[in-house]
Design a protein around this ligand. Structure first.
Ligand code: 6U4
Length: 168
């Protein structure tokens, strides 16, 4: 439930939509995208998008990566779940996966431009504001649940709970 002061009761919270993010991490680099359309157009992120009816999050993460970059991510591992409440009432949950390998060659599509990025040079200032709070821990091998309130692109609150391998 959402109140005027935006205190969110996450125990009863239900997202309006479900989506995914997938990061291929290989040879000291992470495969990011410049998103060309949809929610967060212009930002750097991982490939991903909303689930289609009947899909599991893992199936959607693989499908979206094929659609956006023309590669097939291999052995995706579930690493976390993001919960976003927006002030305008929109809400979204997003399952995060990591793949250690892939088949194919990343290509630009109408949806995304692939950007191989060294792990020590991730451009957090061009990404959604929550990413800096959980992506370093995911790269370090952690699993998490993250809870965020946004006003448009402005992050109002963040709470990241590590389930496994919390970052030091
Ligand atoms: N605060 C946030 N931090 C983050 O890292 N990713 C976010 C985010 N808010 C949304 N996303 C990502 C998750 C998901 O991959 C994507 C959902 O955006 P959209 O609903 O626009 O989906 P797309 O247009 O990419 O795909 P379709 O569902 O195929 O239309 O945006």
């Amino acid at each position: 439930m959402v109140t005027g002061t935006m205190n969110v009761d996450w125990t009863t919270w239900e997202p309006k939509e479900r989506a995914t993010l997938l990061f291929v991490i290989k040879d000291g680099q992470i495969l990011l995208i410049r998103k060309k359309r949809g929610l967060g157009a212009g930002k750097i992120n991982g490939p991903g998008g909303r689930l289609e009816p009947g899909e599991t999050p893992e199936e959607a993460a693989v499908r979206e990566t094929i659609e956006e970059l023309r590669i097939t991510p291999l052995s995706p591992e579930w690493r976390g779940r993001l919960h976003f409440q927006f002030l305008d009432g929109y809400s979204l949950t997003c399952s995060v996966f990591v793949s250690p390998d892939y088949r194919g060659i990343p290509m630009e599509t109408p949806e995304a431009l692939p950007i191989w990025t060294p792990l020590d040079a991730i451009p957090y200032d061009e990404m959604w504001a929550d990413d800096a709070h959980w992506l370093p821990g995911v790269i370090a091998g952690g699993e998490f649940e993250g809870y965020f309130v946004f006003d448009g692109e402005n992050m109002l609150s963040h709470d990241v709970r590590w389930l496994k391998n919390p970052p030091l």
